[in-house]
Design a protein around this ligand. Structure first.
Ligand code: NAG
Ligand code: NAG
Ligand code: NAG
Ligand code: NAG
Ligand code: NAG
Length: 181
């Protein structure tokens, strides 16, 4: 009796652990530049007759696409605030979802569940749409800073060479000055 209980208990723990690990594994990170398209793939090579594919977005898990061959459903939806209007495409072979002309507000968690009469599988995607404008501003700021320090370096260099020709024992001080930059 005791043995049976222990066995069942450990088996439950084991299953729970496996569940936790499977969940943690399945978030795939995807990073896309604003305005570009992104395709979130299912693991299917071809949708079967009794497959049901459901795409959900965000914390509220709003349904944004649904395929059910049997029920003759092959739809995309506009999503919360109609944010995906005219920007979602479904692949009729694999059930993969393409988001066109991406916006930063498309960032978030996407989940696809693929269900048939005997099993259900889920995949999650953590999508980040990054803003190309702020990235350009950042890079040009960094470039300007780099050019700035080069100019200062050159100025010090010229100053040192000038000093060196006038008086050789100034050389050490110039090197120190350059090291501090
Ligand atoms: C989905 O598959 C396509 C074609 O194989 C690939 O180009 C794309 O990068 C994949 N998407 C992701 C998010 O991995
Ligand atoms: C989620 O749903 C709640 C209640 O329906 C709503 O107030 C909230 O704005 C929704 N959040 C998003 C991100 O759609
Ligand atoms: C899938 O879509 C393509 C074009 O988008 C179409 O030519 C084809 O007939 C469709 N196949 C099925 C099985 O609906
Ligand atoms: C259901 O899906 C699983 C996983 O893709 C597959 O191995 C299985 O053969 C499918 N069952 C049926 C009845 O189509
Ligand atoms: C998704 O990615 C963002 C930024 O890369 C990260 O901060 C966040 O924790 C991730 N969320 C999940 C659920 O993985």
């Amino acid at each position: 009796m005791f043995r049976t209980k222990t066995f069942v208990f450990s088996w439950l723990c084991f299953c729970h652990l496996v569940g936790v690990f499977a969940d943690a594994d399945e978030v795939k990170s995807v990073s896309v530049k604003e305005g570009d398209s992104v395709t979130l793939n299912t693991s299917l090579t071809e949708i079967q007759k009794d497959d049901q594919v459901l795409w959900k977005f965000g914390l509220n898990r709003s349904v944004i696409a649904k395929i059910s061959q049997e029920a003759g459903i092959f739809n995309t939806y506009d999503g919360p605030d109609e944010r995906f209007r005219d920007r979602l495409q479904l692949d009729n072979q694999t059930g993969s979802l393409t988001i066109t002309n991406t916006r930063t507000t498309d960032s978030g968690l996407y989940e696809v569940s693929i269900k048939n009469s005997s099993s259900e599988a889920k995949n999650r995607f953590n999508v980040t749409i990054y803003n190309s404008v702020s990235l350009t501003v950042l890079t040009s700021a960094a470039a300007a800073a780099a050019v700035g320090s080069l100019l200062i370096g050159a100025a010090v260099g010229i100053f040192c060479i000038y000093k060196k020709y006038r008086k050789t024992d100034q050389e050490g001080k110039c090197h120190l000055l350059m090291l501090h930059l």
